[in-house]
Design a protein around this ligand. Structure first.
Ligand SMILES: [Ca+2]
Length: 176
């Protein structure tokens, strides 16, 4: 999955059509293909909030959907066999949640980059833990972190399939 959308409508709209919620996979030409049906994630509901996080810490990102006047729904990710890496950043000079930090992970197959953000979705937000899919790679050569304060952390040769906690100013990743 490359994109997940959950869409609702305004409370004052009595008519109108609920928009389908689903997953999309990025094609090579910049377009997307709706893959919600094959993944069992297609539904027609009145979406309000969406959060992406790894609730059971198995290295597969899960999705929590909050719909209008309906219980929350958890879509557990049961697919995927690739390796992964997760980072929880703790700011010291920066804000404690490290919002605004950028993490770059370099493997043999290329460079990935993620920024820590807050309020990533309407009436909701995703986890502050940053997730990187690694495919077949079992180790990561270099990880670089740019903190909002301007400080920089570089980590080397980390084992995959772990969540690391990195404290600003301490260039050691504590994994478990
Ligand atoms: Ca999971």
């Amino acid at each position: 999955m490359d994109m997940f959308e959950g869409v609702g409508r305004r409370l004052d709209e009595k008519g109108g059509t609920l928009v389908s919620i689903g997953q999309h996979s990025l094609n090579g030409d910049g377009t997307f293909t709706d893959v919600a049906f094959v993944n069992g994630a297609d539904r027609v509901e009145d979406g309000r909030g969406l959060s992406i996080f790894d609730y059971d810490r198995d290295g597969q990102l899960d999705i929590l959907i909050r719909n209008f006047r309906q219980p929350a729904q958890l879509l557990q990710n049961r697919g995927g066999t690739g390796h992964w890496l997760q980072f929880r950043l703790v700011g010291v000079r920066s804000n404690r949640d490290a919002v605004g930090a950028r993490i770059r992970v370099r493997t043999a197959t290329g460079l990935q980059s993620r920024a820590v953000t807050a309020g990533s979705a309407y009436l909701s937000g995703s986890s502050l833990v940053q997730h990187f899919g690694l495919g077949a790679a079992t180790r990561v050569g270099t990880v670089e972190i740019d903190w909002p304060s301007g400080s920089h952390t570089q980590l080397r040769d980390l084992a995959a399939d772990r969540r690391y906690t990195v404290v600003e100013g301490v260039d050691v990743a504590l994994g478990r």
